[in-house]
Write a protein that binds this ligand. Structure first.
Ligand code: PEP
Length: 251
């Protein structure tokens, strides 16, 4: 059985003061009971240490939203895998569509980042997804298969099994438009099939696949009840403690 994983991508939101309020609220809503799923908060780099301190002694995990794949050096503005591991984070989001669109992140870069993440004991959450034009032209399956081939090139089976894949249709991110449960399930099923083809059925069955795109408390349960959807990557709704808790409750 795959354990569901709900991750909150705060994007470029949250000063230290705001992050502290949000995490304290979430902690009090979640209480001290065992969580029904893995819960991961991905705040901006500047609040990673604060959030890690606040979730210490809870079961909440923490991830970065991006990283460079180089060890160190003249890469102004970038953050290395070692830095993220040292601060105490366990996860890193890679290949988010905003990184691909605004910062030119390629499948080859995502591939290098996955390799670097595993070298530094970070679990990658690898985002894939199609644009509206690609969906309307019936190119979704081929496009996502290409993204997976690029991202997982030369990644060993043991690492692929540990990777979380987030299916995020670009047209549903931050737009309020959610893929229907059927649409999301169809692509997540295709992703699992493709991973079986790239590796084997055992690997594909182990990989956790999230859906992301305007997930909120009101639609989480339906999406998360699909057999190939093992969690959610949540943007906007992860900034409101009660909404994020409602999504966690939907697992
Ligand atoms: C995201 O950015 O990963 C995302 C899914 O955003 P939202 O939930 O706001 O659509």
């Amino acid at each position: 059985m795959r354990k569901p994983i709900i991750a909150g991508n705060w994007k470029m939101n949250g000063t230290i003061t705001e992050a502290t309020i949000l995490v304290e609220e979430l902690k009090s809503l979640l209480g001290t009971e065992e969580l029904p799923c893995d819960v991961v908060l991905c705040p901006p780099f500047t609040t990673l240490a604060t959030v890690l301190d606040l979730v210490d002694e809870t079961l909440i995990g923490v991830g970065a939203q991006n990283m460079d794949y180089h060890e160190s050096g003249a890469f102004t503005g970038e953050v290395s895998p070692a830095m993220i591991t040292e601060v105490g984070a366990q996860y890193v989001i890679l290949g988010h569509s905003e990184r691909r669109e605004y910062y030119g992140e390629t499948d080859a870069a995502v591939n290098a980042k996955i390799k670097a993440a595993f070298q530094y004991d970070l679990t990658p959450i690898v985002c894939v997804g199609e644009s509206l034009e690609q969906r309307e032209a019936n190119h979704t399956k081929a496009w996502i298969e290409g993204q997976l081939e690029g991202a997982f090139k030369d990644i060993p089976k043991e690492e692929a099994m540990e990777t979380v894949i987030a299916y995020e249709p670009i047209w549903a991110i931050g737009t309020g438009k959610t893929a229907t449960a059927d649409q999301a399930e169809e692509v997540c099923r295709d992703i699992r099939k493709k991973m079986a083809h790239l590796y084997d059925v055992e690997t594909a069955e182990a990989i956790r696949i999230q859906y992301g795109g305007s997930v909120k408390g009101s639609n989480a349960k339906e999406l998360l009840s699909e057999p190939n959807i093992d969690g959610a990557l949540v943007g906007g709704a992860s900034l409101i403690a009660a909404d994020f808790k409602a999504i966690i409750d939907g697992t």
